[in-house]
Design a protein around this ligand. Structure first.
Ligand code: PLP
Length: 417
């Protein structure tokens, strides 16, 4: 960092500003976390220089013996952690991992069945502006209107009607655990491959805090940077019978040279996630998400589906008459970072949805526990309810921001020294 500061103070300043932002506020974005200095060190290493197209022992470049070790160690750790028969750590992102899984099991024009985007599915689950919706015939399942839980009966009937090549379980904004056994049964009934997109919750699986999809799925895709707390990136776990197809779909089909510094950082994260402390962390992530949802309910908001089994909750703001976008803006002013989100069957437009998504991975990494969640809930509620664009509202947001600073000062992100 000293080299960066002396050579390029402008970018060094950006790096320090981001560190200040992390230290000075509450990070409640459910898909983010605070990686360890060890992961950051691997990311910032000279492994970034190496071209290594191919796989360990079968590269298209010389000089790959050292980076081969990083990938082999990472693969072994990941297989052990998840009990997976095969792993590919090369996908640059979760979206790349998903593209590879589609490519391994389907051809353009084939049908895939996945969760509706408006109800929590990801862009790569059939959006018309994404490869998944442009190149594939995407059919969507919903959550039930009464329980706000996945409508497994509908998944079954859509699967029988449309005979998809791939059925996808997993989402971006679904607070409950998913019944992978039912998905497996449905996939078997119609001869589909079962793909579990575990990007959001794979860290909770690593920490043995929720059931694993690995025994049920043909393929599990994931990101490595959410609850799992590794570097930004993706990965694919699969059954041995699909190993060749998945590896070919990552390289050479959809990617060129792997990011070997990121692969090494993934290996570091897998070792961290195998420790007993990480299992305690994963359990605390869930306890914190539940405590935060409860405290927001006590403030008059509604947790979609009545709560959460995971690291995130979806909060319906209609009972307090505030839009998700206004809530996001006000929280931003108070250094509480989160995102607006549609709720199931949201009557409001996507850019002004009725809800918020709040997650506990980052604050839990900072060492916060249930009493802190109660404090966060009340600060968040004060920010969200602050008067819009009035001097009194501004004073309230300033006061909340000061209290946020005090709270995070007690459990800082990246403590100094
Ligand atoms: N799948 C799911 C369920 C996600 O939530 C995300 C990202 O949030 C992705 C895939 C894509 O990951 P990335 O942003 O790394 O491409």
């Amino acid at each position: 960092f000293t080299a960066l500061q002396s050579q390029d103070p402008e970018i060094a300043g950006v790096v320090l500003d981001e560190l200040d932002r992390l230290r000075g506020g509450l990070q409640l974005i459910a898909s983010e976390n605070l990686t360890s200095p060890a992961v950051l060190a691997a990311l910032g290493s000279t492994l970034s220089n190496k071209y290594a197209e191919g796989y360990p022992g079968r590269r298209y470049y010389g000089g790959c013996g050292v980076v081969d070790q990083a990938e082999e160690i990472g693969n072994a750790r990941t297989k052990e952690l998840f009990g997976a028969e095969h792993v590919n750590l090369q996908p640059h992102s979760g979206a790349s991992a998903n593209l590879a899984a589609y490519a391994a099991f389907a051809k353009p024009g084939d049908t895939v069945l996945a969760m509706d985007l408006k109800q929590g599915g990801h862009l790569t689950h059939g959006s018309k502006v994404n490869f998944s919706g442009l190149w594939f015939n995407a059919v969507s399942y919903l959550v039930r209107e009464d329980t706000e839980l996945i409508d497994y009966d509908q998944v079954r009937s859509l699967a029988h009607e449309h005979k998809p090549k791939i059925i996808i379980a997993g989402a971006t904004a679904y607070p409950r655990t998913i019944d992978f056994k039912i998905f497996r049964e449905i996939a078997d009934e119609v001869g589909a491959k079962l793909m579990v997109d575990a990007a959001h919750f794979i860290g909770l699986v690593a920490g043995k805090a929720i059931p694993s999809p690995v025994p049920y799925a043909d393929v599990v895709t994931a990101t490595t940077h959410k609850v799992l707390r590794g570097p930004r990136g993706g990965m694919v776990l699969c059954r041995a019978e699909h190993a060749k197809a998945i590896d070919k779909a990552v390289f050479p089909f959809s990617q060129g040279g792997p990011l070997m510094h990121a692969v090494a950082a993934k290996a570091v994260a897998m070792r961290e996630a195998a420790q007993p402390e990480y299992q305690a962390y994963a359990r605390q992530v869930i306890a914190n998400a539940q405590a935060l949802a409860k405290s927001l309910e006590a403030e008059g908001m509604r947790a979609v589906s009545g709560g959460t089994d995971t690291h995130l909750s979806l909060i319906d703001l209609r009972p307090i008459g505030v839009t998700g976008s206004d809530a996001e803006t006000r929280c931003d002013r108070a250094n509480i970072t989160l995102n607006k989100n549609a709720i199931p069957y949201d009557p409001a437009p996507p850019m002004k949805p009725s809800g918020l998504r709040v997650g506990s991975p980052s604050v839990t990494t900072q060492g916060m526990t249930e009493p802190d969640m109660a404090a966060i809930g009340s600060l968040l509620a004060r920010a969200v309810k602050a008067e819009h664009d009035t001097p009194a509202g501004d004073r309230e947001l300033d006061a909340v921001r000061d209290e946020v600073a005090t709270l995070v000062g007690r459990s800082p992100a990246y403590p100094r020294g």
